[in-house]
Design a protein around this ligand. Structure first.
Ligand SMILES: C[S@@+](CC[C@H](N)C(=O)[O-])C[C@H]1O[C@@H](n2cnc3c(N)ncnc32)[C@H](O)[C@@H]1O
Length: 220
């Protein structure tokens, strides 16, 4: 017979295994889908100079940087399963890339270092995205630019309500991802002026996941 203490311990172990090994691989696969690749194509080639990529994950964006324009990429991400994949990719690129393995709520880099900050599909997952953006603001040069594409809170009230309802379950299954963050507000509230901003829903994607924010922002 299973003792009452063992069942929660086993459930905790299974959840730990899922978070460590399954969820990162699901995230890696989801982030390589064609509609997502098309979004990367519109954002990442605009980076130039020294680049800080927040939540570099498995390094999907590396294929989209222009080696003629980018001098150095510093990626920050706490997930060891994803950064292990990124490190394998780095070996095959001519870009100069370093990875800092930790959360971006504190970035161990000096201020005014980066010309460009790139954030793609990470503001949904970073536990304290506001703190991470304030750190990005510190590390970016005053003349620098933040490039972003993210899914997030829909401007359609009915969709946003479903995003709120489903968020607790989604968050557990999708490696800490949130469906309902207002990305434009997060950026504007944490040190940036939105320069370009487009909102749209990806075709053939459920509305709760497909609502997108894409644009650029400058430090205030
Ligand atoms: C959906 S994935 C996107 C990865 C990558 N940006 C891309 O476009 O493929 C979300 C990423 O946010 C990262 N992340 C989670 N917490 C973070 C934190 N505190 N600071 C920085 N990145 C974080 C995850 O490890 C994961 O790599």
């Amino acid at each position: 017979m299973t003792s009452p203490e063992k069942t929660p311990a086993k459930a905790k172990q299974a959840a730990g295994f899922y978070d460590r090994f399954i969820a990162p691989r699901l995230v890696h696969c989801a982030c390589s889908l064609k509609p997502i690749r098309k979004q990367r194509e519109k954002v990442v080639p605009r980076a130039q100079g020294v680049v800080l990529e927040v939540g570099i994950g498995s390094g999907h964006n590396l294929a989209y940087y222009d080696p003629e324009k980018v001098t150095r990429i510093i990626g920050i991400d706490p997930n060891p399963t994803l950064t292990a994949i990124a490190k394998r990719r780095i070996e095959t690129t001519r870009l100069k890339v370093e990875i800092i393995q930790q959360g971006a709520e504190q970035i161990p880099l000096p201020e005014d270092l980066a010309d460009t900050a790139v954030i793609t599909y990470s503001m949904c997952t970073i536990p304290d995205a506001a703190a991470a953006l304030r750190e990005v603001h510190r590390v970016l040069k005053p003349s620098g630019r933040l490039l972003f594409v993210e899914h997030g809170r829909s401007t359609q009230l009915s969709t946003a309500k479903w995003q709120d309802r489903l968020n607790p379950l989604w968050n557990r299954l999708a490696g800490g991802c949130n469906l309902n963050r207002n990305v434009a507000k997060l950026i504007a509230d944490n040190g940036f002026n939105l320069d370009e901003i487009e909102t749209y829903t990806l075709p053939l994607t459920p509305a709760i996941l497909g609502f997108h924010y894409r644009g650029t922002a400058k430090p205030k």
